[in-house]
Each structure stands twice: as structure tokens, then as C-alpha cells.
Design a protein around this ligand. Structure first.
Ligand SMILES: Cc1cc2nc3c(=O)[nH]c(=O)nc-3n(C[C@H](O)[C@H](O)[C@H](O)COP(=O)(O)O)c2cc1C
Length: 446
């Protein structure tokens, strides 16, 4: 029997970055109409997908020209809502599918987050995952009172301590502590609710949590760091990992680095799957799929592309000289503490660090990266399934894929469930029913 894949669907930018008004996207509805999310959840569960996921960031992009106007005008990473109530709404119309939320360990407090996740785990009957991010953007930091981004590695140290606090809080109440005895009126057993007195470098927290023990015990923790320090943090704290959409050779390299880091932590690499972000355009014919993918080329205005690129890398690209070397620009960006793995890094990897480009060439290439045109896998169900099987095997057959960013959300979720999932099921690569009770159980099914 071939190893089965796990599949997630990314809802982060369905209404932003030029995608909301493509045919098959939001139609007559506008963000944040909860009925669209409910419809997506029902369809996704019909396809037995593991998880619906949403990323997050709180800042309005203002790196391009030092202004937020083009971001607001063209809807680039704007507007957003906190997706936690939306996840609850999706959980009310489904029974099995997992729901992944994103929060920043650089800005949030672990007591609040541990309590929120425990509460959501109850409301969803054990289906919640939290994607922890360190936040790479200045405007997010400014929302929380920071003049500049905390240093990159220090953010990951804080993340690791943040998770240690959450673990202590989640574990402090034993799973059978609640009694709810109708006769005596006793609610819980005090002997099973333990002290927490955490004192670390970043946090001082006295517990315990006042929530009842959550169905999953500890909600599933996901992490998506792509730098060497980010991968190390994944090995230390993540149950599951999100991997970036990047050329396969880089994914193979990241999987090897993660495996080595997991072994160093005394963990079994087989226990930690990676869901590789994979943008797809799947249609019944290859010609239709290609035409669908072509929509990406004109989905964002030039200003929208510039906002996207500047925000993502934390660098105002309106200040670029007429010609420059990609490697030099990459070094300048890394020095700002955003991430050493941003879009210019991707471009330098693709075209060579010593390559000199003009401003115009930079924005042309940037469009292909910003819209994900470059890495979007377009084809028939069989062609896309071939691609996924090859990628799955090359990266060690543990985990699977997260489809996204969606091009047009309703059209994409339907295509995944109606065209791609049946093809993967025929090949014995994907489940035909949910077996586990919780998201953690469904994700760990080998
Ligand atoms: C699939 C995926 C989803 C991500 N979602 C978010 C997100 O919602 N918010 C965010 O600030 N960063 C997000 N990131 C960025 C990562 O958390 C991380 O910062 C990035 O990969 C750079 O790696 P580094 O932090 O190790 O330098 C995501 C990355 C990937 C691959």
C-alpha cells in the first residue's frame, strides 16, 4: 500500500491580493461573509480534507513608498478579521475537518493563547490547530508597540518559551479532572488541578488555566519557519510543519534539515509531517487548467505587486536603483531582521545571486512570485496527482500538501474535492473517510 497523503486548503488570501473578484471566487458575496466560509467547510469535509487553514497578520502594509494607500486601494493584505470566530462558524456546519488558525508568539501572551486554544478545542470537539508565527513585518510589530522588529533568532527563542508555557498550562489540569456530579454537586477534583509557576527569560506566568482540559489535551501546534533557526524551532515545538511553495530541490533540502534537527531533539522524523504549500489549477482538461492559471498574470495591478513585494520583504522597493545585483539586495534585506528567506531570496536562488537585474525586470519577475504564477501546478487531475505523488516521495512521504493560495476560492475548493481527491483516492493516496475523532488523530494516521 502506498503511503497516504494529508491534505489542507489555505483560506488566507481568498479575498485579498487581487483574487476576490476573479470568476469563481466570491461571486456576489464580499468578505467577511461567513456563509462563504461555511460553504467552503461543507465542501472540504465532503472531500475528507484534513484541515482548513487561515494565516494572519495584523498590520496594514505601508512599506511601499512609506504609505498604506496602495495596500488599501488594491486590497493587498487588507482587509482582514481575526479568523477565530470564523473557524467556530465553520466547525458548526461540519464534524470532522480540522481548523487551523495563526497567531504571533512575538506579540501575543501565552496565557491568553493557551486559554483561547483550549476554549476553541472544546467548541470544535478537538479539531483546532494553531500555526505559530514569529511575524516578519514591521507594521505588525508597530501594532503592538514595537518601534522595530525583534531580532530574528530572538523571536524564535521567545516562540520556544511561549510553547513551553502553553504546555505547562495545558498539562496542569489532568484529563479526568472534571466530575460534574449531579448528586453531590462536585464539579472537579482539586487534586487533579496542579500549580503552574513559570519563570523564564520572556514570560512569568502563574496558572493554572481555568478552562476544562481540552479534547485534544494539547491543540495541534504547526510552525512554518523556513530559515535554519525556523526549522530548528519546528523540530523543538511543532506537531506538524507547513513548508513553503518553492522548487522541489529546496523542499528536499528543508525536509532533510528538519529530519536532522528532529533527531537532534530526540524525536522521530516519521512523527512530524510537512504540509507543503502547493498552489494548483486543476481542471478536466490541461488547456482549461492553463487558461485558469493565466488569470494570475493580471490578477494584481502593478502597484499591488509592488505593495506585496515591499511588505513581504520589509523593504521599500520604490527606492531601487535602475540596476542592481540580487545578492546585494538580499544581504541588505536580511540585515533588517525580516527574514533571510523572503521573495528576493527566492529570486536570487532562481536567477543566481550575482545576477544583475533592472528595476523593470525585478518587478516582472516579482509579479510571477507574488501571484504564485511561477509555482502553480496546472493540469488535469491525473497530471496534478502525478506531480503530488512525485513531490510526496521526494520529500519523504510524511505529511502532504496544503493547496493555496487559492486562485478563486469556491471554484478551487470544488475542483479539489470533485476532481483531484477522487483521483488521489483511486491511487490509494488519500483517505475515503475520516477515521480519527480529533484533528491530531486524523493527522497522525499513517
Ligand atoms: C504555508 C505557510 C504559511 C504561513 N503563514 C504565515 C502567517 O499566517 N503569518 C505570518 O506572519 N507568517 C506566515 N508564514 C511565514 C513563516 O511563519 C516564516 O516566518 C517564514 O517561512 C520565514 O521563515 P523564518 O521565520 O524562519 O525566517 C507562513 C509560511 C508558510 C510556508
Amino acid at each position: 500500500m502506498p503511503r497516504k497523503m494529508h491534505l489542507a486548503f489555505n483560506l488566507s488570501t481568498t479575498h485579498m491580493n487581487g483574487r476576490w473578484n476573479l470568476p469563481g471566487a466570491w461571486g456576489d458575496r464580499t468578505f467577511p461573509d461567513v456563509t462563504l466560509y461555511e460553504d467552503v467547510a461543507r465542501i472540504a469535509e465532503r472531500g475528507c480534507l484534513d484541515m482548513l487553514f487561515s494565516g494572519d497578520g495584523t498590520g496594514v502594509p505601508d512599506t511601499w513608498k512609506g504609505s498604506r494607500d496602495d495596500a488599501v486601494k488594491w486590497g493587498v493584505y487588507f482587509p482582514r478579521v481575526d479568523m477565530n470566530p470564523v473557524m467556530v462558524a465553520m466547525s458548526r456546519v461540519t464534524q470532522h475537518i480540522g481548523l487551523g488558525l495563526t497567531y504571533s508568539t512575538t506579540f501575543m501572551h501565552p496565557y491568553y493563547m493557551a486559554r483561547l486554544m483550549s476554549s476553541l478545542d472544546h467548541l470544535t470537539n478537538g479539531r483546532i490547530a494553531m500555526n505559530l508565527v514569529t511575524s516578519t513585518r514591521r507594521s505588525d510589530a508597530a501594532n503592538f508597540g514595537f518601534d522595530q522588529l525583534m531580532e530574528h533568532n530572538r523571536r524564535y527563542e521567545r516562540m520556544e518559551e511561549f510553547v513551553a508555557v502553553c504546555h505547562e498550562l495545558w498539562d496542569a489540569t489532568e484529563s479526568d479532572a472534571m466530575i460534574w456530579d449531579q448528586e453531590t454537586g462536585q464539579v472537579a477534583d482539586p487534586a487533579k488541578v496542579h500549580d503552574v509557576r513559570f519563570e523564564g527569560r520572556f514570560f512569568k506566568v502563574e496558572g493554572p488555566l481555568n478552562t476544562p482540559p481540552a479534547p485534544q489535551g494539547r491543540p495541534v501546534i504547526v510552525q512554518a519557519g523556513g530559515s535554519p533557526r525556523g526549522v530548528q524551532a519546528s523540530a523543538r515545538i511543532a506537531d506538524y510543519v507547513f513548508g513553503a511553495d518553492m522548487p522541489r530541490a529546496l523542499q528536499v533540502k528543508q525536509r532533510a534539515a528538519l529530519d536532522a534537527a528532529l533527531i537532534e531533539c530526540g524525536r522521530d522524523p516519521d512523527d512530524v509531517g510537512v504540509l507543503w504549500q502547493t498552489p494548483i489549477a486543476v481542471r478536466e482538461t490541461a488547456r482549461e487548467a492553463q487558461a485558469y492559471r493565466e488569470m494570475l498574470r493580471t490578477s494584481l495591478t502593478p502597484e499591488g505587486v509592488a505593495v506585496f513585494l515591499s511588505y513581504s520583504d520589509g523593504y521599500d522597493f520604490s527606492t531601487l536603483p535602475a540596476r542592481f545585483k540580487l545578492g546585494e539586495l538580499r544581504a541588505e534585506i536580511a540585515a533588517t531582521n525580516a527574514t533571510p528567506n523572503g521573495l528576493v531570496h527566492k529570486l536570487a536562488t532562481k536567477l543566481g545571486a550575482d545576477t544583475e537585474v533592472t528595476r523593470e525586470e525585478f518587478f516582472e519577475q516579482g509579479l510571477l512570485i507574488a501571484t504564485q504564477y511561477d509555482l502553480t501546478v496546472a493540469g488535469t487531475p491525473a497530471q496534478v496527482a502525478d506531480h503530488l505523488e512525485e513531490a510526496f516521495e521526494a520529500t519523504g512521504s510524511r505529511g502532504g500538501f496544503m493547496f493555496g493560495q487559492a486562485i478563486a476560492v469556491m471554484a478551487d475548493i470544488s475542483a479539489v474535492v470533485e476532481l483531484l481527491v477522487p483521483e488521489l483516492q483511486r491511487r490509494g493516496r488519500f483517505r475515503t473517510e475520516y477515521r480519527g475523532r480529533t484533528l491530531r488523530e486524523n493527522l497522525s494516521e499513517k
